[in-house]
Design a protein around this ligand. Structure first.
Ligand code: URA
Ligand code: SF4
Length: 205
């Protein structure tokens, strides 16, 4: 049986692409295995590479703050990236690198089996929807097979331009009501309904 720990161990030892030559640490991902929400960013940056944890730099701090708009905390979500090692000088991840790293992401998704996947930025979005643009897709819930997706702009873009920040804030606000709808429509078989009704879990509702 696959476990997050098993995947993490393989990532730590992985040399399947050239990013392994320049990384300090791999950044497999972080969060509870039973998370309902999975967030997929682009690639680790300077701070993430140093610490081995995702989204802990400036973009990560903004992300944490924005999550509160959706009534969420970091403890509610599993966070990872399309590639698990930092591209030198924060360059874009290359198609070959994302392809080599894809198997880890796929196994993480299978294992966590999230209710909803939030993609941050175009690289993450285009992993799943290669022929579309993030500008047109952002802020709209969509499905691929049984999997729900909610694409958003990347918080690093929001740090660079106020326009993106406003849209990201808006999309996070809308996520709050979307999540509420999702839980109401899927809760019949699960303990989520009980926890929602009792206000235990996902206390923001
Ligand atoms: N940007 C990302 O896409 N991922 C991180 O982990 C940090 C910054
Ligand atoms: Fe392996 Fe992914 Fe790191 Fe490349 S980016 S070395 S495929 S873990």
């Amino acid at each position: 049986m696959d476990t997050l720990e098993q995947i993490n161990c393989e990532v730590v030892a992985c040399k399947n692409c050239i990013l392994s030559d320049t990384r300090t640490n791999t950044v497999p991902g972080e969060g509870p295995e039973n998370a309902d929400i999975m967030i997929i960013g682009e690639a680790p940056g300077f701070n993430e590479d140093k610490e081995g944890k995702p989204f802990i730099g400036a973009a990560g701090r903004l992300l944490s703050r924005l999550l509160t708009n959706a009534g969420l905390t970091r403890d509610d979500v599993y966070i990872t990236n399309t590639v698990k090692c930092r591209p030198p000088d924060n360059r874009n991840p290359l198609p070959f690198e994302m392809d080599q790293c894809k198997k880890y992401l796929e196994r993480q998704i299978e294992l966590i089996d999230p209710e909803i996947i939030i993609t941050l930025g175009r690289f993450s979005f285009n992993r799943f929807f290669p022929d579309e643009t993030i500008g047109a897709a952002r802020g709209k819930l969509r499905k691929q097979g049984d999997q729900k997706f909610y694409p958003m702009y990347h918080p690093a873009a929001a740090l660079r331009q106020d326009r993106f920040k406003k849209l990201l804030e808006e999309d996070m606000m809308n996520l709050r009501s979307l999540l509420k709808d999702i839980y109401i429509s899927t809760a019949s078989t699960s303990s989520k309904e009980e926890s929602m009704n009792s206000g235990e879990q996902l206390s923001m509702f």
